[in-house]
Design a protein around this ligand. Sequence first.
Ligand code: CO8
Length: 257
Amino acid sequence: MNFIKVDINNYIATIIINRSEVLNAMNKVVVAELKKVMEDCEENNDVGVIVITGSGDKAFVAGADIKSMQKMSGREALEFSREGQDMTMVIENSPKPVIAAINGFALGGGCEIALACDMRIASENAKFSQPEVALGIIPGWGGTQRLPRLIGKGRAIEMIAGGKMIDAEEALRIGLVNHIVPQSELLDEALSLAKSIIKNGPAAVGAALKCIHKGYDKDLENGLDIELNAFAELFETDEQREGTTAFVEKRKPNFRK
Ligand code: CO8
């Protein structure tokens, strides 16, 4: 890996997008590396929660690499957009919760990566924008789809058509991020959130994520069906037996043997 660093500790993988000389802007190589590292985390039993952040104290990700897009043909743009969308789908479909620790600019594709994560924590200096229209393009890694789902259509249109940059306080107010903390506390906050998840049953956490993601755009009846089946499936696992038995025996469950 040239542009991604990973640190795995106590079942938490911290993925750092590491191209700080261009504010962690992502070209095709960085996109492919982030996708690959996410897939590796999915396979790795030593990983239960994933934190994604940017290197340095200025940017999470300042977007797709504009220089690499300058001379792209329509066909090349389709390919780059698809690669980016595939990478965001791997993040969104991860059975292990993904926390974006947003340590500065989250612009364009950077905001779109954050949107694909399950939870977003921002440092006080974080800034958000979908500025693509100022470049004569549109969001191409899911922004037109995930942003309205998260903050509502009207606010998403304002951000995408206006391209205005908003600060962390505004992002919190409109539901784009879950928490704001001082930059020096950002990783600790993300790790503490991760730890609160790690102690729970991994299959149950994965099943809950799947129900929420798969059910989100369904009508209630179909959403409830997804929940019903996932609920029943957990009763075929050792995890359900360990969790309920630990309660009855008045001890802590041991889900990760
Ligand atoms: N791409 C390439 N290089 C970048 C990018 C970027 N997105 N962002 C910053 N850089 C580079 C700068 O060019 C500069 O490099 P150099 O020193 O060689 O000139 C270096 O990073 C530092 O940046 P600045 O000097 O500009 O730092 P400032 O503090 O003055 O400004 C900003 C910081 C406001 C973040 C500014 O750099 C900026 O506006 N960056 C561009 C932000 C942007 O427009 N992002 C959206 C890109 S489009 C996108 O993400 C589409 C995603 C979907 C793609 C679909 C595929 C087809």
